[in-house]
Design a protein around this ligand. Structure first.
Ligand SMILES: CC(C)(COP(=O)(O)OP(=O)(O)OC[C@H]1O[C@@H](n2cnc3c(N)ncnc32)[C@H](O)[C@@H]1OP(=O)(O)O)[C@@H](O)C(=O)NCCC(=O)NCCS
Length: 146
């Protein structure tokens, strides 16, 4: 059975290899300073939140990160699910679905109006899951460098 718990300082050793695999998946690199800052903020629930999934043996097998922000369209906050990752050897077993459900529960508790997230159009695997648990809004994501 999968157990999902809030990230805390003691999860650092378990979280770090998963985080590095996630960055590799996105062909991205962050400095050690940024990774340390991200984890410190997650562990302190300082604006960003995280949960870690473990299997029956206590092995870390996935994580999810999210944050809340105010909206001009709602009295309650919106919940943005920023990162989701499941170890390749346990994919297809419902861990990703459970991590999304965990965020949804946290959003309900926080009085949020909705949970939303982005993914690359080409991420067919993730979209297989997302199409089962959420709605494709059709919005297109833009950004500009500063
Ligand atoms: C996307 C990701 C988190 C999904 O995690 P997961 O634990 O494999 O997902 P689940 O097992 O909960 O999948 C739920 C559903 O999607 C289906 N699904 C998941 N992966 C699938 C695949 N490769 N092919 C077909 N169906 C798949 C499952 O069959 C399941 O459907 P069901 O419950 O109706 O049987 C995982 O593949 C991952 O970490 N990918 C790399 C990082 C990534 O893309 N993160 C998301 C960034 S936006």
């Amino acid at each position: 059975m999968t157990t999902i718990t809030s990230l805390s300082a003691s999860d650092r050793e378990a979280w770090l290899p998963l985080w590095n695999d996630y960055l590799t998946f996105y062909e991205s690199e962050l400095t050690d300073e940024v990774t340390a800052l991200v984890f410190a903020r997650l562990a302190a629930r300082d604006g960003i939140h995280g949960a870690i999934a473990r299997d029956d043996d206590g092995r870390a097998i996935g994580f999810v990160h999210w944050l809340f922000h105010p909206s001009t369209w709602s009295s309650g906050p919106y919940c943005y699910l920023e990162d989701l990752f499941v170890s390749p050897d346990v994919r297809g077993g419902g861990v990703g679905r459970a991590l999304i459900a965990h965020v949804r529960e946290q959003a309900v508790d926080a009085g949020a109006a909705k949970v939303y997230w982005l993914t690359q159009q080409s991420n067919a695997t993730a979209r297989t899951l997302y199409d089962r648990v959420a709605t494709d809004t059709g919005f297109v994501h833009y950004q500009t460098g500063l």
